[in-house]
Design a protein around this ligand. Structure first.
Ligand code: G3H
Ligand code: 13P
Ligand code: ZN
Length: 311
């Protein structure tokens, strides 16, 4: 069992966010540089942060390296850290992460029938609570690809507000991921930034009160970051994200965890492409990875400022 005293369950950071009317950032990581960037940003902002790994990121790093990297980062953290499994597709991966010492897991059974989603989520909650681990689950469907949980874009639907309250009551979860118009990845709108259904969110809030809500697929896909990539050889066509105005409205209406992966990927990529373009004889990976790490740290801070200023 991996015990790291700086790791706290997500249940310990939600009261911090709720009492301030802000959201905690949940950032995906895949390697040492992204962990360093996220924790340095959180230290700089003096904000708790959720470090999250998808099952494909876990596969890429392996538990041993992942835990060693997070342990090292935790030693340098001056803020609470949550280590969270993003989009766990079944009980087995959630159990594995809990056994490995994660302080929070997501069971994503949102593509199943409602009763099955409740049953699968309950099973994870029952196991997690023996170890004080938090559980996030999802109701409703985001368009796009949710890691190993594939969702056809045509099947996207919003969370049913009344069902949300029933789901929370019958599962015992810590937080609920909702679908109000976001999707994963860099191409969120077909012809421009998608508009979130803040009306649906308001209805959900009427039913669930202050219960912590989670917004997936919430990257901003900043045009300047996309331009840096494209100016240096990328072809990120039709890239659009969620506007800061929509993120702020979502936080003002009960979102307490905002998930960001794509913004880090784009910032990391842009910095590497730019560095390689401008330094054609460089063969030292530390040089372009330093640029990428700094870019990732800056974009995480940029997102955190939006989450903090939303109240
Ligand atoms: O929600 C999905 C995340 O962006 C994770 O993506 O499975 O490629 O790590 P990934
Ligand atoms: P983005 O693709 O918008 O960064 O969303 C990430 C996410 O929801 C991870 O669970
Ligand atoms: Zn997600």
């Amino acid at each position: 069992m991996f015990a790291c005293e700086k790791l706290v369950p997500a249940s310990e950071v939600f009261p911090f966010a709720t009492s301030r009317g802000i959201a905690v950032g949940a950032f995906n990581f895949s390697n040492m540089e992204t962990v360093q960037a996220i924790v340095a940003a959180a230290n700089g902002m003096d904000m708790p942060v959720i470090l999250q790994a998808s099952s494909s990121a876990i596969k890429y790093m392996g538990f041993a390296y992942l835990k060693a990297i997070v342990s090292a980062a935790a030693a340098e953290a001056t803020v609470p850290l949550v280590l969270h499994l993003d989009h766990g597709k079944d009980f087995a991966i959630c159990k594995e992460c809990i056994d490995e010492g994660f302080s929070s897991v997501m069971i994503d059974a949102s593509s199943l029938e409602y009763d099955e989603n409740v049953a699968k989520t309950r099973e994870v909650v029952e196991y997690a609570k023996r170890f004080g681990v938090s559980v996030e689950a999802e109701l409703g469907t985001l368009a796009g690809v949710e890691d190993e949980v594939k969702v056809a874009e045509g099947a996207a639907f919003y969370t049913d507000p009344a069902q949300a309250a029933d789901f929370i009551e019958h599962t015992g979860i810590t937080s609920l991921a909702i679908a109000i118009g976001t999707s994963h990845g860099a191409n969120k709108g077909r012809t421009g930034n998608p508009k979130l259904s803040i009306e649906t969110l308001k209805e959900i809030k009427k039913h669930v009160g202050d219960f912590p809500l989670v917004l997936h697929g919430a990257s901003s896909v900043y045009p300047d970051e996309v331009s840096t990539c494209n100016a240096h050889g990328a072809e990120l066509n039709g890239a659009f994200g969620i506007t800061d105005a929509d993120i702020i409205a979502a936080i003002q209406n009960g979102v307490r965890k905002v998930n960001v992966d794509t913004d880090i990927r784009i910032a990391f990529l842009g910095a590497i492409r730019k560095h390689l373009d401008e330094n054609k004889t460089n063969i030292d990976m530390r040089k372009y990875l330093t640029a990428a790490r700094t870019a990732a740290q800056n974009v995480v801070m940029r997102r955190m400022k939006t989450f903090v200023n939303a109240h």
